[in-house]
Design a binder for this molecule. Sequence first.
Ligand code: SF4
Length: 436
Amino acid sequence: MDMQQKLTILTDSAKYDVACTSSGVDRAGKKGVMGNTTAAGICHSFAADGRCIALLKVLMSNYCVYDCGYCINRRSNDVPRAAFTPHELAELTIGFYRRNYIEGLFLSSGVLRNPDYTMEQMCEVLRLLREEYRFGGYIHAKTIPGASPELVSRLGMLADRISVNLELPSEESLKRLCPDKPKKNILAPMGQIRDTLAENSRELTVYRKAPAFAPAGQSTQMIIGATPDTDLQIVRLAEGLYRKYSLKRVFYSAYIPLGTHALLPKNQPVPLLREHRLYQADWLMRVYGFAASEILSEKNPHLDPMLDPKCNWAVHNLQLFPVEIRTADQEQLMRVPGIGFIGAKKIIIARRNGQLSYEDLRKMGIVLKRAAYFITSWGKAMPGIRFTPEFIYRGLTAETRRSERGLPFAPQAEQLSLFGAPSLPMLEEGKTWTTA
Ligand code: SF4
């Protein structure tokens, strides 16, 4: 099989991995070293500065001795198979880098022979890149559950970010769909990475030139909708992972029907909106300090497709609103839908200089179509706003209700495929996303 065929198979098999975003690593170019990373990150995504950055996202091999029910690369699935040798993959990566096609590498793999053998192959790719080719660009590598701790350590010394995929939200689902990957094989490397990161950060404060272990931290990925786990279970689990394993990110991947396992939903792609709502809830926990119990409850275990999680929290806690923008502290302001971290800071600075009108707030970038239902300025609501639950709910959901009539993000929005044409009626009719 030639390299072109291998590349086609192994990049296609890697497309279901979603753990790529801004890396958070900042490393300038050095004499004698090729490539660099920036704080904005080098991944297959958009950087914080809006720049689209690229990385080669590829599997070492899509042969796999495991048989995870939801995975296209499972042993029992009849798909074309291929594997790179470490030299081939390192050569390919550096060749793409030199041609300016990519700025880094995202490397994962099916389990070839056994977890240790696979990790040795992956470590060798990274060693060749770092030591032989002197490649200083961004590398994100997935660990293989069940691999020995020494190999996890070696991978972490060569990569910028490492991740261990949790795959499914509950132990029960893991047992049924991934019988070869017990939960302890996933959590043990996560714990090891957390401890090594902490130890490495202590070392770096003493010896500035100490080798860095996975400077962009660790992340994980969960498949959403392949099992009946609720959003509450998922959000609670993510909260626990952030707390216990100091993860940088939890990624959510809406299930695409690829498996034939009796426990998996048949031909029912999970709405992309669910994945989007989970990312919004995740953002609230990481950036705004919300607890999972504030976002969802046993009584209300699913995220509302009509309202984003912050609005949903606010409409269920109307006793805390409206807040007066002249006097509210930063924490109160940040809890108002439509006011973010920067918006709250701007309000606090601007109000020192006098009265703030709603027009001033709009000019500061406050999203009044949401915030207006939860604030007063000098004791007055924005003209036309009534603080009744029905009025607020109708106002906040107006946009989504409009979207149900043909704009994106409708609750029934489909999971788009990279390859097939979307089946949304509006696209079939030749309309555009901006059609009102
Ligand atoms: S270990 Fe499971 S999820 Fe990973 S490639 Fe193999 S079958 Fe797929």
